[in-house]
Design a binder for this molecule. Structure first.
Ligand SMILES: NC(=O)C1=CN([C@@H]2O[C@H](COP(=O)(O)OP(=O)(O)OC[C@H]3O[C@@H](n4cnc5c(N)ncnc54)[C@H](OP(=O)(O)O)[C@@H]3O)[C@@H](O)[C@H]2O)C=CC1
Ligand SMILES: O=C1O[C@H](COP(=O)(O)O)[C@@H](O)[C@H](O)[C@H]1O
Length: 460
């Protein structure tokens, strides 16, 4: 971790006037700096928007105060920040911008539309960069395995892979990171984390938000690309990976990559393994939600799904035969963000017991953080009659926003919480057969009313 004596890192945000910078990046940075007070970061914003220095400083200040940052932290960043109004795709302007960042460590954060990011990288390949230059990129990392491969090739013309940080903010979510500690620090869980003991795993991220004005992005993506291809596959990789000897970034990356390489649609049949649906008009709490196809900016002919579920198999000795169900969607009645582990039944239940309420289950709540272990026992009444009881724990709120955790690693040059090139390609390889099945219509588009729990008949 950076200390007071570490040289300040320059965080150059390209696309600084955009939504990601305002809503996620700057607030995330604020929570990082509020938690790690010794860290020194100089923020430079660049965008084609014409902003005066005062307007930019006000934006930074607003973003920092949105997460209740200590005044001293905000003032230090605001006093030191500057803004350059430039077309990033103008080679001279880009070269000048980078040149003016000085010789210290530089993190270039691409908060630009994906196509602009790629064009900008083409230009950066011809620019003299400081020796320590790191590139931080937001999803999507390409739009297919092939385009991700080409994109990786392009990035490697700018800097080596060790200096590329593909951001997936789920990797900075405390409860997702907790999967590693939970699995490998508990004698109780470690030996049962395999096909012999686990029957089924569900990784669910149901949101009670609808489109929220994001049609420009979301209608071209859909739930499968937006959530499963990226975040939920990262969660699966952490859940299923082999043990690590240390929390070394490359070791973790290697283990995650091994899982992803072994992952395929269940039964290698994408059309049977996947389901998709789109919300119709309904209510989310007191808010009326229109039919997805009537949302502003949506093109119904795109057939974009707002709920996707895909069952995957991790074809390894540890996991063969265990279905991993990944599901995420918008406009659902209940926000359900959790990993559900269903254990196998015991091999033999002594005769004489009555009641057999079901298998043990561990529910790892991702947001809010919680842990619920449901076990069979005699909890009340007749001592030979079995019931289920839940042992529950609520986890403390995170110390900082997920973006803060991820950024902290990037600023330190650690790839612990980013997505490596090979994994980015594998994640596309895993979902591509499903995307093709969606494209040729072999997975029916089902419907669910906004505010419901999803289409009739989908298992929960
Ligand atoms: N917003 C979000 O919640 C999330 C976004 N992302 C990713 O983050 C990236 C940015 O997204 P987002 O912030 O929403 O996008 P925005 O369109 O809101 O912001 C992009 C900014 O880049 C500017 N820009 C575009 N081209 C140039 C150029 N040639 N020179 C200088 N500035 C330029 C845009 O200016 P102008 O407006 O004039 O075009 C805009 O201010 C995307 O890759 C997106 O996929 C990922 C996860 C969540
Ligand atoms: O990246 C994305 O993630 C959010 C969900 O993450 P959260 O941390 O905000 O809960 C999702 O709403 C969005 O569609 C997706 O692009």
């Amino acid at each position: 971790m950076a200390t007071r004596t570490s040289p300040p890192v320059t965080l150059l945000v390209l696309g600084a006037a955009g939504d990601l910078t305002r809503r996620l990046l700057l607030p995330g940075l604020a929570t990082l700096l509020g938690t790690e007070r010794d860290r020194r970061v100089r923020v430079r914003g660049a965008d084609r928007a014409q902003l005066s220095p005062a307007q930019w400083r006000a934006r930074v200040e607003d973003a920092f105060s949105s997460v209740e940052t200590p005044t001293a932290v905000t003032s230090r960043v605001v006093e030191d920040t500057d803004y350059v109004s430039a077309d990033i795709l103008d080679p001279d302007a880009l070269s000048q911008l980078v040149g003016s960042c000085g010789e210290g460590p530089l993190v270039v954060f691409f908060a630009l539309p994906p196509s602009v990011t790629m064009d900008c990288c083409e230009l950066l390949a011809r620019v003299d960069l400081p020796e320590v230059t790191r590139l931080a990129l937001e999803k999507p990392f390409g739009t297919s395995r092939e385009s991700a491969r080409r994109f990786n090739g392009l990035l490697h013309r700018v800097v080596p892979e060790e200096q590329v940080f593909r951001i997936d903010h789920f990797l900075g979510v405390n409860t997702v990171l907790n999967l590693v500690g939970l699995r490998f620090a508990n004698r109780l869980l470690q030996p049962v984390w395999d096909r012999d003991h686990i029957e089924r795993v569900e990784i669910v991220y149901d949101e009670d938000l609808a489109l929220e004005g994001r049609a420009g992005y979301y209608d071209g993506a859909g739930a499968l690309r937006d959530m499963l291809q990226s975040h939920l596959l990262q969660v699966l990789a952490l859940f299923a990976m082999e043990s690590v000897a240390t929390l070394d970034a490359e070791e973790l990356q290697d283990q995650k990559a091994q899982v992803l390489r072994a992952t395929h649609p269940w039964g290698r049949s994408p059309s049977r393994a996947a389901r998709r649906a789109r919300y119709t008009a309904g209510r989310l709490g007191r808010r009326r939600v229109p039919d997805y196809t009537a949302e502003k900016g949506v093109d119904p002919s795109r057939m974009t799904e707002t709920l996707a579920q895909v069952t995957l198999g991790v074809e390894t000795n540890r996991w063969a035969g265990v279905p991993f169900v990944l599901r995420s969607g918008k406009a659902l009645g209940t926000a359900r963000k959790e990993v559900v582990v269903t254990f196998r039944e015991v091999a033999h239940l002594p005769e004489g017991f009555t009641g057999r309420p079901g298998p043990d289950r561990l529910v790892i709540g991702l947001k809010p953080g919680s842990m619920d272990l449901t076990m069979t026992m005699n909890a009340e009444g007749d001592p030979f009659d079995l019931e289920q009881k839940m042992l529950s724990a609520k986890l403390a709120p995170p110390r900082m926003q997920a973006y803060g955790e991820v950024l902290g690693q990037v600023l330190d040059g650690s790839r612990l919480l980013s997505v490596r090139a090979d994994s980015a390609e594998e994640c596309w390889r895993i979902v591509e057969p499903v995307l093709r099945a969606f494209g040729r219509g072999s997975v029916p588009m089902e419907e669910y009313a906004a505010g419901s729990d999803g289409p009739e008949g989908w298992q929960r």
